[in-house]
Design a protein around this ligand. Sequence first.
Ligand code: FAD
Ligand code: DHB
Length: 389
Amino acid sequence: MRTQVVIIGGGPSGLLLARLLHTKGIDTVVLERRTEAHVLARIRAGVLERGLVDLMAQAGLDTRLRAEGIPHDGTLISYDDTLFRIDFKAQTGTSVMVYGQTELTRDLYAARAACGGGIVFEAEAVQIHEADGHAPYVTYHVDGQQRRIDCDFIAGCDGFHGVSRRSIPDGVRRDYEKVYPFGWLGVLSETPPVADELIYANSSRGFALCSMRNPQLSRYYIQCSMADSPDDWSDAAFWAELRRRIPTAQADALVTGPSIEKSIAPLRSFVTEPMRWGRLFLCGDAAHIVPPTGAKGLNTAASDVQYLFHALVRHYDDKDDSGLDGYSEKALARVWKAERFSWWFSSLMHRYPDQSEFDLRIQRAELEFLRSNDAAQKAFAENYVGLPY
Ligand code: FAD
Ligand code: DHB
């Protein structure tokens, strides 16, 4: 079997790339290790930058997103009982869209099925061959059979634990990593959100985030120990702890209910360089991870996809490889800025085990500066709504 681009990974990066390439008549096969139901059961990001919304429009897939997504013109930040707002719209002229990654992925799967595009689910033992030569191919097992696809290019969209990044030889690849000494315990509940906008809360007991998916579905997170398991946290214990970490007025207004999902995510900053090796191009979590504070993970994956999409179109339409040759450098320039923002916002909002009294005073001073300084709010807003592609 032969195709133009083999896409490894059927998460949001792989599916969006496949869809955009389809709009230009470029053939792809998507190889996904899991089932569709498994991918759609993963609760992850919830805030889309304007750039990702525009890409979904370009893909012809923004109808449900515009009908059901909730535009947010600002966000709330608290420390102890102080609450302030950063106005994205006033600072940057743009807003962000609250729309779950699950819904976005559902829209992408539906579009792929409607156009008859190939997705191989439960593809096992995926291996990349000859990526640094002229005739790359990918092998995998499905239903106990070994298969092979020859192609022009391979897009590695298979997330942090995928095979693509590890196929780049150690001598070529350099990894940069920071692991944080805590996790996020997340709860999804069918309750109205505590506020109309998100609340990022710094408290002496640790970070908390009040987010949402729609007017009847809330998503909350609290900083927790990585030694914890979700089973250690009853719903009652979770709600009590969340209440202690947000300002009194919001704690009093919080509507609680049974959790319908509860999970713990580790926090990590990670970048691999380069993002291209021969005919293999990495996109999204396969190449970089951010701590979730600031919702940059999915959005940074989307900017990679946009760059690679344009580079591939230029290759096929104009026989111009400058986009492919410049892909890694261009993507990494934006990735590192998202890494910086996510690292900085995480440092501002969390309690660290080794924080001294001095560190805490500095954190407080920085929060007060952000609350009262227009230039600081503008810089925050520009990063939050997304730097230009
Ligand atoms: P993924 O979504 O990881 O998709 C990769 C796909 O590749 C998966 O479907 C996987 O099954 C498949 N795959 C893996 N290995 C193979 C293989 N060998 N062969 C074939 N297929 C393979 N971001 C935010 O902005 N806000 C959040 O709140 C947030 N929460 C998160 C919580 C968790 C637990 C995690 C892990 C991530 C979270 N993120 C969040 C990050 C965000 O979800 C990711 O940045 C986004 O999913 C990246 O999309 P992707 O398609 O690049 O990778
Ligand atoms: C969500 C997650 C984030 O990390 C964030 O910064 C904002 C929202 C969410 O899951 O809703």
